[in-house]
Design a protein around this ligand. Structure first.
Ligand SMILES: Cc1cc2nc3c(=O)[nH]c(=O)nc-3n(C[C@H](O)[C@H](O)[C@H](O)COP(=O)(O)OP(=O)(O)OC[C@H]3O[C@@H](n4cnc5c(N)ncnc54)[C@H](O)[C@@H]3O)c2cc1C
Ligand SMILES: Cc1cc2nc3c(=O)[nH]c(=O)nc-3n(C[C@H](O)[C@H](O)[C@H](O)COP(=O)(O)O)c2cc1C
Length: 659
């Protein structure tokens, strides 16, 4: 293995001026601050969560339940758990539980305080791990409302922080529903509901909600007891127990070869094709990938579904991380959570025995920025006392400005931070328990039609290649992995059902708006309509608004779209080229210039609008264009037009698959 060069630390000479200013400021702060104010956390073995039966009932307890798809709610929950442990010390039991593993029927009525951190997905739906709990609690509410059950949560206090994005029609629908459900079941709110908006700064929203929560807890000391005396709260860092195995031990597969029906049960599918969709003239890349699912006969998808996949870090990243950990790539080990094997809510480590190279490839998110607890964990193992102090400062409230300048603004990755603090060499147990978050699966809108390709899932993936402020080139973990794949390679995938579906009635008009890779599900829709036409079925009008930069660079699937117009699978195709001329031309401009035709279609019974692609800008612009079409063509005021578009959504005729 090539030893990787260690980048200069943030506080060493030879770095950018900004970092030097930060250094002076930091040193000043360190010297002005009493040393005891930035404490060393203690490292605790990761234990499985207690069961209701085992719990020490003499202790006040708080349960934090999270519903997450991409890990934010889990991260916030762990962060909050640590804050509560710091505040209340050993006298209070704080437990963070994946809501999927929570036995609600048995445990919820016995809770003293339960905090829900719940993300919203799909079109106002719960995350996959919260789906069962959500439908259970909705049924309970129905039973209470119908008088079948009493309001049986009257002794329970609760708090809700919803995670969502204002871009979506049903902003924080799940958080809101959790609040009304707990209220309907008789529980008492501890503080206001927090509505985290991922479109803005969800970390700040969470921090504000935590401030309110802690103030409410201070005002009700009977609930969790008094806060621990200053300095006695336990600052715990979770670490797995590590069992090092003899070199060459037989390794388990990082994922079992499952059914492919959920994120917990992925299927190792074979990649059958990878091809570039941009021309050689383009400075970006977008790949068409075909994934063969014929090995799993029960695995089915529907047109418009998503495929989830577990990508892997590149070999360079893996090798670099092994160097930073000071371990050979071939290190063979197994992680254990204490109490493993017993029943209960076990926060399971990944399967073992495993080689370090595989563990780093599939399970360590090292390119995202590290959060506070990761910095504390690094500090706990830094052998250089100065580095340890600096890391603790970055993790502390006093070091918020330094965190912003050195980490957040620079988009500095965990790997870069470890390069900057080379004396921090965590054990594998601490690294996987408290430092590197688990690499989240990535989702793609399936770009094939199930009728045409029942055993092959197509993906249309824009390859991420960003230059970060530190100068680091960030190659997107999953997209660059897909780009590197060769036919015959295997990848763990699973199908995620979506509500983004063509209308049942094939005559119903559809308007599809999908620039860039937003075209993906519409390619599937077009293939579906193509199959209907081949079966001699009648299809209604279908209009596609597609956008790209330049016909000569990134007009993906051009020949297929032309053929679709020819066959009638598409009745109209409007293409916006944003960089072909002096004026930026986008899909929303074409919607407006074709406003009369769009409006006419929308007057037909059940006609649907579909939007797919970029959530941050495009979906907003398209939404505004739709309102403007309604206002101009329907002779409405802007507020009437807004209400009209809202009704379109409420009646299930305006669908978004945006990310
Ligand atoms: C339901 C759904 C459907 C989707 N469908 C498609 C589709 O059909 N086609 C498609 O191309 N994509 C689709 N996506 C997006 C896709 O899931 C991935 O998000 C995308 O491919 C990028 O993943 P990545 O791992 O390559 O990039 P990542 O490595 O996750 O990087 C993503 C972004 O994070 C930034 N970043 C990385 N590290 C840091 C840091 N330390 N600090 C700050 N920023 C950082 C990067 O610059 C980059 O902009 C979909 C997403 C969802 C949720
Ligand atoms: C495909 C998709 C659908 C989403 N749907 C909604 C939605 O309907 N309402 C909402 O408020 N937020 C929605 N969001 C935003 C997420 O809830 C938000 O990004 C949240 O921070 C994710 O939390 P997590 O990382 O814990 O899963 C959606 C995000 C994606 C990617």
């Amino acid at each position: 293995m090539e030893p990787a060069t260690v980048a200069p630390g943030p506080f060493s000479p030879g770095i950018a001026v900004a970092s030097l200013v930060l250094l002076v400021f930091t040193i000043l702060l360190l010297y002005l601050k009493p040393k005891s104010s930035i404490k060393s956390p203690k490292v605790e073995p990761i234990r499985r969560a207690s069961t209701a039966a085992e719990e020490d009932l003499s202790k006040p307890s708080v349960r934090i339940l999270y519903g997450t798809q991409t890990g934010t709610a889990e991260r916030f929950s762990k962060q909050l758990g640590n804050e509560l442990r710091r505040k209340y010390g050993d006298g209070t039991l704080v437990e963070v539980v994946d809501i999927e593993n929570y036995k609600a029927e048995r445990r919820l009525p016995k809770e003293r305080l339960v905090l829900f951190l719940m993300a919203t997905y799909g079109d106002g739906e719960p995350t996959d791990n919260a789906a069962d709990f959500y439908s259970w609690i909705c049924n309970e509410v129905e039973d209470v409302e119908n008088g079948v059950k009493d309001r049986y949560l009257e002794g329970v206090h609760y708090g809700v922080f919803g995670l969502g994005n204002k871009q979506y029609e049903h902003f924080n629908a799940v958080g809101k529903r959790m609040q009304t459900s707990m209220e309907a079941l008789g529980a008492t709110p501890i503080c206001r509901r927090g509505d985290g908006d991922d479109d803005d700064s969800i970390d700040d929203d969470f921090e504000k909600w935590c401030t309110d929560l802690f103030a409410a807890l201070d005002a009700q000391p009977a609930l969790l007891g008094a806060a621990a005396a200053e300095g006695t709260g336990s600052d715990t860092l979770a670490a797995y127990r590590v069992e090092l195995l003899p070199a060459g031990s037989k390794a388990a597969s990082p994922f079992p070869d499952g059914s492919g029906s959920s994120a917990h049960d992925p299927y190792w599918a074979v990649i059958s094709e990878v091809r570039e969709l941009h021309t050689a003239a383009s400075d970006r890349s977008c790949v068409h990938v075909e994934i063969d699912i014929s090995g799993k006969s029960q695995l089915k998808y529907e047109t418009g579904d998503h495929v989830g996949m577990y990508a892997r870090n590149s070999e360079q990243v893996v090798a670099r991380m092994a160097c930073l950990l000071g371990l050979p790539l071939e290190t063979s080990f197994r992680l254990h959570a204490e109490g493993e094997g017993a029943s209960g809510d076990l926060d399971a480590p990944f399967p073992g025995p495993i080689q370090l190279s595989t563990a780093l490839a599939y399970f360590a998110d090292v390119l995202s920025s590290p959060h506070k607890d990761a910095l504390l964990a690094l500090a706990s193992c830094a052998t250089d006392s100065k580095e340890a102090e600096q890391l603790r400062l970055l993790a502390s409230a006093a070091g918020k400005a330094q965190y912003t300048d050195y980490i957040a603004k620079q988009h500095r990755s965990l790997m870069e931070v470890m390069e900057g603090f080379p004396s921090a060499k965590p054990s594998l147990g601490l690294f996987f328990g408290s430092i590197a978050p688990r690499l989240a699966p990535r989702y793609y809108s399936i770009s094939s039609g199930a009728a045409k390709h029942p055993r092959s899932v197509h993906v249309t993936c824009a390859v991420v290649r960003d230059v970060m402020p530190t100068g680091r080139i960030h190659d997107g973990v999953a997209s660059s992995h897909l780009q590197r794949c060769k036919p015959g390679d295997c990848i763990p995938v699973f199908i995620r059902r979506s509500t983004f579906k063509l209308p049942d009635d094939t005559h119903t008009p559809v308007i599809m708006i999908g620039p860039g890779t937003g075209l993906a599900p519409f390619r599937g829709f077009i293939q579906e309509r193509q199959a209907l036409i081949e079966d001699m079925a009648e299809v209604g009008p279908a209009v596609l608004f597609f956008g790209c930069r330049n016909r000569a660079h990134d007009y993906i699937y051009e020949a297929e779209l032309d053929a679709a117009v020819e066959s009638g699978a598409l009745s109209q195709l409007h293409v916006a080229f944003s960089r072909a001329g002096p004026v930026k031309d986008y899909v929303q401009h074409h919607m407006e210039s074709n406003g009369a035709a769009v409006w006419e279609l929308l007057q037909q019974p059940g006609a649907c609008v579909y939007v797919c692609g970029d959530a941050k800008n495009m979906a907003k612009d398209v939404h505004r264009a739709l309102i403007s079409v309604a206002a101009s063509q329907g002779s409405m005021s802007s507020s009437q037009a807004e209400a009209w578009v809202k009704r379109l959504g409420d009646s299930g005729r305006y669908h978004k698959d945006v990310w």
